[in-house]
Design a protein around this ligand. Sequence first.
Ligand SMILES: C[S@@+](CC[C@H](N)C(=O)[O-])C[C@H]1O[C@@H](n2cnc3c(N)ncnc32)[C@H](O)[C@@H]1O
Length: 281
Amino acid sequence: MGLYGENDKQGQYWNEQPGQSWVIHDAAMNERLQIISDILFEDLEVLECKNGLDIGCGAGSTTRRLHETLGKEGHVTGLDISGKLLGVARSHSESNGLHFLQADAQSYAFDREVFDVVISRFGVMFFENPVKAFQNIKSAIQPGREMRFVCWAPMSANDFFISPLKTVVDITGVSFAEPGREPGPLAFSDRTYLSSILQEAEFSSVNIDVVETSINTRDSVEQNAALLMEIGMGFRAIKEADPSDEILSEIRQAFINDGKKRLENGVISYDATIYRVSAMA
Ligand SMILES: C[S@@+](CC[C@H](N)C(=O)[O-])C[C@H]1O[C@@H](n2cnc3c(N)ncnc32)[C@H](O)[C@@H]1O
């Protein structure tokens, strides 16, 4: 096994340059994902949990929120493959009831049946072997308790992905195929496939709701353009195209112009579609 368990490629990705972008833009992404976080946490308090796990917790925004939701008696673990993102998470807070663990969720030897809730905001789509990963996660959940996560519906239903991508493709001519089921943000965008993975991992009561929502920011159009140059599908296409500085400026300006069209009452908005997934161990 490599340095990052059974997910060496993703481990490198999230510990090196692209992961670094998430470190720099953590606050900006939390702002953009605020509504989606609220969807993830809807009614969570009624589950009356005491021991929670946040998979692919990144810089820990949802881990901290889970800890607040569970209250003083609660224990929460944020698990992530990226030491860089966990560094940010730990700098916010770590206490008796809240701690962070660097590990590969697919191969980490969890204690069995300890957690009474597992959550994830976009942190479970990066496994080489998703069935094995979810079997491993399930082994750590008390029988009958809930795992819930949000993941992305297809790219065509997500403006935040498709719009910057189209801009980069139009300007550079780079060919960029819609990602398939390989590890990545869109790996679970086929609902039937996602359902089959969770069934195969022997979760029960699998429920996948399609939720139409939005990604919003009060950043300036310039700040928003700077973020799009470093995160998301536009960024991935820029890396692929490897354009000159002149073309990079053209792309940045196109992102700014697009931001201006989206701006209303000081807010830049993108339509987004996610799956809200719940399943019982
Ligand atoms: C899109 S980010 C989401 C981060 C965080 N949940 C949030 O919403 O800000 C995906 C996260 O999954 C983590 N990740 C990827 N593969 C992983 C694995 N095999 N085990 C644990 N974490 C993983 C990455 O390091 C990254 O922090």
